[in-house]
Design a protein around this ligand. Structure first.
Ligand code: UTP
Length: 292
C-alpha cells in the first residue's frame, strides 16, 4: 500500500457568499482572529503526516503565495525592532511544508479544480482539504489523519462525513450508507445537494477526502453536472462502480468559513479558546447577552 504524502487544497472558487471581501481577497485568507483560514488547513495537513501540498489557485491568489513564502524585509524590520518572537513566527510559516501552486484557469467546479492536480499527484493516493472548511478536533487526532488511518486499513478512498440537520441536507453532498462499523461506513451512493425529501441520509460530506488516483481518469471524462460545474461528487460516484469507497463519520467540529455566519462563529469560538483573548471576549459576550 502506498503512503499518503501529498494533499491538495482547492482554493480557486469565486467566494460569492463572502462578497464584497472576496472581490480582491481570497476567502481562504480571511483571518480567524489573526491567522488566515488556509494556515489552519495547512497545519492540519502537516499534523496528519502530509509532506507536500498543492494549492489550486486562481489569478487573485498572490496573497496566499506570499503568506507561505519568506518575507525577508518584514523579518529584518522585526528583528531590528527587537521583535524576535514575531520574526520567528513569520519564518515558521514559510517552513511549515513544501507548498506548490497551480492555477485553475476558470472556476469550472471542484472536480475540475482537483483534476488540475493530476501531474502533481501522479499514481499515488492523495488527500483533499477544502480551503474554506475549518475542522477542529481539540485534543484529538486531526480529521485528515482519521481519514488516512481508514485508508491504511482499507486501501480505499475515504470521504469525511458528519450528520447534519435534516433541513440542511440540500446544501451538501450526501451519502447513502449500507453498513456501519464503528465510524466507518460502507456506502452505495452519493448525491450532490439532494432535495430534503430525497436525501439518502443525513451524512453530509464536509471538506475532507482521501482519494485513489483512479479519480483523475474519471474527472478527465466527466461532463458538467449540477450548476454546470464539473462535480467531484459525480466523479466519486463513478469511482464507486470500480472500487470500494468508504465514508468516515469523523470526530471534530466543522466551520464553513466561506459562509458569513460560519465565519462569525469560528471567530467567536477561536477567541474564547485563546489565553490572550478569552477573558475579554467572554465578558463582552455576557454584557451583550443582557442587551439582546
Ligand atoms: P465552494 O462552492 O464552497 O466555493 O467550493 P465557492 O464557489 O468559492 O463558494 P461560493 O458559493 O461562490 O461562495 C468548495 C471549495 O472548492 C474550491 C473553493 O475554493 C472551495 O475551497 N473551488 C470551487 C475551486 O477551487 N474551484 C472551483 O471551480 C470551485
Amino acid at each position: 500500500m502506498k503512503k499518503i504524502k501529498k494533499a491538495i487544497i482547492p482554493a480557486a472558487g469565486l467566494g460569492t457568499r463572502f462578497l464584497p471581501a472576496t472581490k480582491s481577497l481570497p476567502k481562504e485568507m480571511l483571518p480567524i482572529v489573526d491567522t488566515p483560514t488556509i494556515q489552519y488547513i495547512v497545519e492540519e495537513a502537516v499534523a496528519s503526516g502530509i509532506e507536500e501540498i498543492l494549492i489550486i489557485t486562481n489569478g487573485n491568489k498572490h496573497s496566499m503565495e506570499n503568506h507561505f513564502d519568506v518575507n525577508f524585509e518584514l523579518e529584518t524590520r522585526l528583528r531590528l525592532s527587537k521583535k524576535e518572537k514575531e520574526a520567528e513566527q513569520i519564518r515558521a510559516i514559510a517552513n511549515m511544508a513544501n507548498i506548490f501552486y497551480v492555477r485553475q484557469k476558470e472556476p469550472k467546479g471542484l472536480g475540475h479544480a482537483v483534476s488540475c492536480a493530476k501531474s502533481f499527484v501522479g499514481e499515488e493516493p492523495f488527500a483533499v482539504l477544502l480551503g474554506d472548511d475549518l475542522i477542529i478536533n481539540k485534543n484529538g487526532k486531526p480529521v485528515l489523519r482519521q481519514l488516512i488511518d481508514v485508508y491504511e486499513q482499507t486501501s480505499s478512498s475515504v470521504i469525511g462525513v458528519q450528520e447534519v440537520k435534516q433541513e440542511d441536507v440540500s446544501k451538501y453532498g450526501v451519502v447513502k450508507p449500507v453498513t456501519q462499523n464503528g465510524r466507518t461506513i460502507e456506502i452505495s451512493d452519493f448525491v450532490e445537494k439532494p432535495p430534503v425529501e430525497k436525501a439518502p441520509s443525513r451524512f453530509a460530506v464536509l471538506g475532507r477526502y482521501v482519494l485513489t488516483p483512479a479519480i483523475f481518469e474519471i474527472l478527465d471524462n466527466q461532463t458538467p453536472g449540477k450548476g454546470g460545474e464539473i462535480q467531484l461528487t459525480d466523479a466519486i460516484r463513478t469511482l464507486m462502480d470500480r472500487e470500494h469507497v468508504y465514508a468516515y463519520d469523523f470526530e471534530g467540529f466543522r466551520y464553513d468559513v466561506g459562509d458569513k455566519f460560519g465565519f462569525v462563529r469560528a471567530t467567536i469560538d477561536f477567541a474564547l479558546e485563546r489565553e490572550d483573548l478569552k477573558e475579554n471576549t467572554a465578558n463582552y459576550i455576557k454584557e451583550l447577552a443582557k442587551k439582546i
